[in-house]
Design a protein around this ligand. Structure first.
Ligand SMILES: Nc1ncnc2c1ncn2[C@@H]1O[C@H](COP(=O)(O)OP(=O)(O)OP(=O)(O)O)[C@@H](O)[C@H]1O
Ligand SMILES: O=c1ccn([C@@H]2O[C@H](COP(=O)(O)O)[C@@H](O)[C@H]2O)c(=O)[nH]1
Length: 236
């Protein structure tokens, strides 16, 4: 196995209704959880960050009049809801988990403490990191880059709704072409929006490679961890 410890970033929308991406769809959560539990059973240490796009995105919600920072805290709480759902579903699929949050909600989850998270990983628990970075004006992509750096993960696996990075957003431009390999600088200079610039910059500074791939294709998380050729690899 090329990777011993990975940071898996899941799109929140992938847990939602298959048509709209909203809310939590039990079957979607179960399908994702089964893939995660399977790779954990192979002995790979998995730290997991889940987005919150199925519940609320702060930037969009604030356009309706709510203060942006408050809207972002709502978004972060959404990621905790996803974290609880994933924790239950991954355990039902056979892998032990711990949910740790950047915002303290002690009745629900452990607060994130780096050394405790490392210990959980070493003991084979899937560590689900909720609440993003704990700060407004950031995203869960940046949280994934931050936690991957702190926890010495070897790769950031961005499992999402598209099968890689395209020349333009493929959901908006059907003529967009997939780019199998990119450097961090190319992503930034070409303004490719699959991840936010803060996350890319942090990965570039830490030399942390990123693989962007399609979460909906069954078995793709394992393929990514086995180092198979899929999606888009972003590195120096
Ligand atoms: N150049 C591009 N190549 C690929 N995807 C792109 C590009 N530009 C924009 N996108 C969009 O980026 C999105 C991938 O990010 P994603 O939706 O997973 O965000 P997230 O914040 O990680 O998750 P979520 O918001 O669902 O919780 C896709 O929906 C895709 O349409
Ligand atoms: O560090 C963070 C992470 C997230 N947020 C807020 O949560 C939502 C959902 O996360 P996505 O990355 O968009 O899936 C995000 O839109 C922010 O509003 C945050 O404030 N800080």
């Amino acid at each position: 196995m090329p990777y011993q410890r990975v940071l898996l970033k899941l799109s929140g929308e992938a847990l939602g209704d298959p048509q709209t991406g909203h809310g939590l769809d039990t079957d979607a959560v179960k399908r994702v959880a089964a893939q995660v539990a399977h790779v954990a059973s192979l002995g790979v240490q998995v730290a997991l960050v889940c987005g919150g796009g199925n519940i609320l995105r702060g930037a969009q919600f604030s356009e309706l009049g709510t203060n942006r920072a408050s809207a972002d805290y709502m978004g972060m709480l959404g990621t905790v809801i996803n974290g609880v759902a994933l924790s239950e579903a991954i355990e039902a699929a056979g892998a032990p988990t711990r949910l740790m949050t950047a915002l303290e909600i002690r009745e629900v989850a452990e607060p994130f403490v780096r050394r405790r998270a490392l210990r959980h990983l070493e003991r084979g628990r899937v560590v689900i990191l909720g609440g993003g970075t704990g700060n407004p004006f950031f995203t869960t992509d940046t949280a994934a880059a931050l936690r991957a750096s702190e926890l010495s993960c070897e790769v950031l696996l961005k499992a999402t709704k598209v099968d890689g990075v395209y020349t333009a957003d493929p959901k908006l431009d059907p003529s967009a072409e997939r780019l199998p390999r990119l450097t961090y600088m190319q992503v930034l200079e070409r303004g490719l929006k699959v991840m936010d610039g803060t996350a890319i910059t942090l990965c570039m500074e830490r030399g942390l490679r990123i693989l962007v791939f399609d979460l909906f294709r069954e078995g793709n998380i394992e393929r990514a961890i086995r180092g198979e050729n899929l999606g888009t690899l972003i590195q120096a």
